[in-house]
Design a protein around this ligand. Structure first.
Ligand SMILES: *[C@@H]1O[C@H](CO)[C@@H](O)[C@H](O)[C@H]1NC(C)=O
Ligand SMILES: *[C@@H]1O[C@H](CO)[C@@H](O)[C@H](O)[C@H]1NC(C)=O
Ligand SMILES: *[C@@H]1O[C@H](CO)[C@@H](O)[C@H](O)[C@H]1NC(C)=O
Ligand SMILES: *[C@@H]1O[C@H](CO)[C@@H](O)[C@H](O)[C@H]1NC(C)=O
Ligand SMILES: *[C@@H]1O[C@H](CO)[C@@H](O)[C@H](O)[C@H]1NC(C)=O
Ligand SMILES: *[C@@H]1O[C@H](CO)[C@@H](O)[C@H](O)[C@H]1NC(C)=O
Ligand SMILES: *[C@@H]1O[C@H](CO)[C@@H](O)[C@H](O)[C@H]1NC(C)=O
Ligand SMILES: *[C@@H]1O[C@H](CO)[C@@H](O)[C@H](O)[C@H]1NC(C)=O
Ligand SMILES: *[C@@H]1O[C@H](CO)[C@@H](O)[C@H](O)[C@H]1NC(C)=O
Ligand SMILES: *[C@@H]1O[C@H](CO)[C@@H](O)[C@H](O)[C@H]1NC(C)=O
Length: 471
């Protein structure tokens, strides 16, 4: 036997009937036999819903309804059997069946009619059984928070309780209550984190909902970086490992996304690791390409997102066919530099993998000869270039693991601007000499390359004026 309690008419009864009548004409959506938008059924009763339409029909119902409870009876109906009728029978209804039931057209599911059914059980005012494991909810800043403690009767009044310490009743503004949704906190803050439950009193007995644990969802990514130098260089056939690290505030959850040349072919293997520190969190995403191919060269991007917060970093990967040593002097094997130059880089060496390098000057280790010589990763650097830096420079390059060895010799010419020796000492007036006598005038000059001397003669100035300078 079926007992149905029809309660609320959301619109006026007249309005609803008028609408049903209008729809009946063309059945653009299937039509349910219940006029109200909601039904209240007692637990253990059989719930019966009928639907009619112009095409094949189907039902959807809350996840709390189990298959064993459900029977669907289909038939053709109407004066000439041109309509489709369907009856949904839910036996032994229970509190967990509470929710929205839809009747839709199978070929156009968006064309549907629905009814919200409360299955009232005085022993279980909350839809979800209080003993099931706690639900984890995430609080996001500037978004409302819903504690989904739905109830099995529209008139149930509840309070929201935090850890038996603090409780809230709906205030119609900041905290609202809806029997089909639960509590909504409009602007939650960190007070609204932790364990919560809803509570109601039915016939003098206090009932609790299941537990909800609210975490604050933080989306603050502070930094994202890839380990290693840029570019990353490797040999064909070798393994490439890139480690993308994101630091983020506590409670943040992040998503990694890699973009790289071999992504379409799925050449990479990605693994993850999380480290919870006291003040922040570290997330790692490790991309491994087991066997590099020439096509794997290119840009590798690690994109980290948390909510709307996104940070990216990238690195270029070069893949070499074989190990190599390559030296490219700027200007053949003879180099020229001006004395006094602050910094001079003697040639640029390219090699992979990282070679052992020794620079010699005139056959002796350069760095030991002068403190102005400095060897960096790919060249010899001379500070405050001086004349004595001229000479033969040899670089010995070796990559032992691949049996590669090469040496190059370069000649460095240091140009020095010409200077006249006499100008450094006081110019002495040779005084007056007898007319017709033979005089020798000296001029010493120095420079690289060797300067040319040119003599100029200036006629004597009138008496009483100093002598014109000699060139
Ligand atoms: C069916 O009726 C509804 C409401 O009366 C109307 O909006 C719709 O256009 C009609 N559809 C057809 C196919 O006649
Ligand atoms: C429903 O039936 C079960 C067992 O048949 C019974 O224990 C329970 O009290 C009934 N619930 C209601 C609300 O009648
Ligand atoms: C629900 O409450 C309203 C008033 O708040 C009352 O009119 C109605 O009868 C109640 N319904 C049931 C089924 O208790
Ligand atoms: C809602 O919250 C605001 C700010 O927190 C407060 O000023 C206001 O009184 C609250 N409204 C109600 C109805 O509690
Ligand atoms: C990834 O790199 C970070 C620092 O660059 C390092 O601390 C961490 O151990 C690396 N992770 C793995 C799995 O090697
Ligand atoms: C990045 O880190 C991983 C793991 O620590 C390491 O195996 C790999 O060689 C590093 N890559 C570079 C380019 O440094
Ligand atoms: C992807 O696989 C195809 C076919 O094996 C190959 O031709 C192509 O070069 C590969 N691309 C990359 C980027 O590895
Ligand atoms: C790679 O990263 C650099 C520095 O973060 C950035 O300037 C550049 O635009 C990035 N390149 C691409 C293609 O995303
Ligand atoms: C390169 O050589 C030319 C002629 O040999 C010379 O004029 C020029 O100064 C040299 N440049 C450098 C940077 O050594
Ligand atoms: C430079 O290489 C040649 C052969 O490539 C070798 O004969 C010579 O000894 C090497 N010079 C030095 C200083 O190692």
């Amino acid at each position: 036997m079926m007992k149905r309690v029809l309660v609320y008419l959301l619109c006026g009864l007249y309005g609803v009937l008028a609408k049903v009548k209008a729809q009946k004409g063309n059945y653009s959506v299937p039509v349910l036999d219940v006029i109200s938008r909601q039904l209240i059924v007692d637990a253990n009763q059989t719930l019966l819903l009928s639907c009619r339409g112009r095409w094949d029909l189907m039902w959807t119902y809350p996840s709390g309804v189990v298959k064993d409870q459900v029977r669907v009876e289909e038939s053709r109906c109407g004066r000439t059997s041109h309509h489709y009728c369907s009856r949904l029978v839910v036996s032994q209804s229970r509190a967990q069946n509470t929710g929205l039931f839809h009747c839709r057209y199978r070929h156009r599911p968006q064309k549907q009619s629905s009814v919200y059914v409360y299955v009232t059980d005085s022993q279980q005012p909350f839809v979800e059984h209080p003993d099931i494991s706690p639900d984890v909810l995430y609080l996001t800043e500037k978004q409302s928070l819903v504690i989904p403690c739905r109830v099995t009767h529209p008139n149930v009044t509840t309070t929201l309780v935090k850890f038996h310490l603090q409780s809230w009743s709906p205030d119609q503004r900041n905290i609202t209550w809806n029997s089909r949704q639960g509590f909504t906190i409009q602007s939650p803050n960190y007070f609204h984190t932790g364990p919560f439950h809803c509570q109601t009193v039915v016939n003098g007995v206090t009932h609790q909902s299941r537990m909800y644990i609210v975490h604050r969802l933080v989306t603050n990514i502070m930094k994202v970086f890839l380990n290693g130098s840029n570019p990353v260089e490797n040999l064909k056939g070798r393994r490439l490992v890139l480690n993308c690290t994101a630091t983020a505030e506590l409670n943040t959850r992040v998503t990694f996304r890699w973009s790289y040349p071999g992504k379409r072919n799925n050449t990479g293997i990605i693994s993850r690791k999380i480290q919870n520190l006291r003040t922040h969190m570290l997330f790692y995403s490790i991309l491994t390409i087991p066997k590099l191919k020439k096509t794997d060269r290119g840009l590798y991007t690690c994109r980290v997102s948390s909510g709307k917060n996104v940070k990216k970093t990238n690195v270029t990967v070069n893949v070499y066919d074989r190990p190599f040593i390559h030296l490219k002097p700027k200007n053949g094997s003879v180099l020229e530099v001006k004395a006094g130059q602050k910094l001079y880089r003697v040639a640029r060496l390219k090699a992979f993998p990282k070679p052992e390098v020794i620079w010699l000057k005139d056959g002796r280790v350069a760095a030991e000869q002068c403190s102005r010589y400095h060897v960096d990763e790919n060249s010899l650097i001379i500070r405050d270039v001086a004349e004595e830096d001229a000479g033969k420079y040899t670089v010995l390059v070796r990559i032992q693991e691949h049996g590669l060895q090469q040496n190059f010799t370069l000649t460095l010419v240091v140009n020095v601007s010409p200077r006249i020796g006499e100008k450094a000492v006081l110019v002495q007036d040779p005084g007056s000499v007898p007319r017709g006598s033979r005089q020798a005038l000296h001029c010493t000059s120095h420079g690289v390359p060797r300067p040319f001397n040119t003599w100029f003669w200036h006629p004597c100035p009138p008496r009483g004026r100093p002598a014109a300078p000699r060139a």
